[in-house]
Design a protein around this ligand. Sequence first.
Ligand SMILES: NC(=O)c1ccc[n+]([C@@H]2O[C@H](COP(=O)([O-])OP(=O)(O)OC[C@H]3O[C@@H](n4cnc5c(N)ncnc54)[C@H](OP(=O)(O)O)[C@@H]3O)[C@@H](O)[C@H]2O)c1
Length: 337
Amino acid sequence: MEFATIPETSLRISRIGLGTWAIGGWMWGGTDDAESIATIHAAFERGVNLIDTAPAYGFGRSEEIVGRAIAESRLRSRVVVATKVGLEWKDGKVFRNASRDRILREVEDSLRRLRTDYIDIYQVHWPDPLVPIEQTAEAVQTLFDQGIIHAIGVSNFSVAQIKRFRRVAKLHVVQPPYNLFEREIDAELLPYCRRSGLAMLTYGALCRGLLSGKLHPDAHFDGDDLRLTDPKFRTPRYTQYLSAIRRLDQFAQDRYGKRVIHLAVRWLLDQGATTALWGARHPAQLQPIDEVFGWSLDVAAMAEVDRILRESITDPVGPEFMAPPPRPKLEALAAAE
Ligand SMILES: NC(=O)c1ccc[n+]([C@@H]2O[C@H](COP(=O)([O-])OP(=O)(O)OC[C@H]3O[C@@H](n4cnc5c(N)ncnc54)[C@H](OP(=O)(O)O)[C@@H]3O)[C@@H](O)[C@H]2O)c1
């Protein structure tokens, strides 16, 4: 495992973090508690010390499972817990709410579910267009000043929104989507974070399983699995992504004796992600971690990867379909009164 320090904090984090969205079940076709806990323990055994979760993942369930797994392993002081704030849910639907009241209430719920009295990294999950960024930033800074949270993060924020946030509060971490197929941050956010000393916990390392190399043209998903609505998984586009994966896998084998899953995560780390968040819900899914370390892509390999992507995917699409909507306006007005 490689480790990195989050600037201006004492947090030392593994460069692969366990993502626990699927462990919450919601939008992933359900979950199994015992298997989830075994997955978290398997991550610790492989040297992962960063666990990323959120209240919205399974409407509290992911945080509860993470809290239970850490308590059972008695490793709280050695685990870096990253959770989030600023989404509310009603009747199975999720809306943005990053108001001061919501944040101050939600942190208490997270602490209870996580069975802890502090949160290492607290991230605003999505910018809320109905709440001034300054209000959100001030509320999170208050929690930091009280010592309840040890680092402040934002997720899915643009550079302009980050600059506004930083005028009011400290910022240590950003959490954008980033993987071989979703590279919107290359243009602005990535260079900005490098220049500003912000740690980047990038999410979706495997692009919802695509870059595992295990998916095939007839893969089927059950229940509320988000891949049923993910535009990347719809033909004819799906065929383009699968073709890119085949070529990347061949390249990884020929050049490095690795597979596409190792290449996908190594590429992220070599591009400058501080930590790649890898979603898993079965212990065996973490087995490939060891092969991500001890090598890196050189300039020629980076160029070859780009060529394969350019040639294979002629109709790319981003992760925008995952963005939760703001609260319905009337409700937001009533809440503000
Ligand atoms: N801030 C945000 O807005 C945001 C948004 C999305 C994600 N995240 C964070 O980032 C984390 C990672 O992103 P993600 O969960 O979307 O997805 P991901 O890492 O791109 O993919 C995770 C999925 O890939 C499959 N997988 C993992 N390892 C595998 C292996 N070895 N072989 C085959 N399949 C494998 C699993 O799906 P199956 O079990 O179905 O096979 C797993 O649930 C999340 O868990 C969450 O913590 C944050």
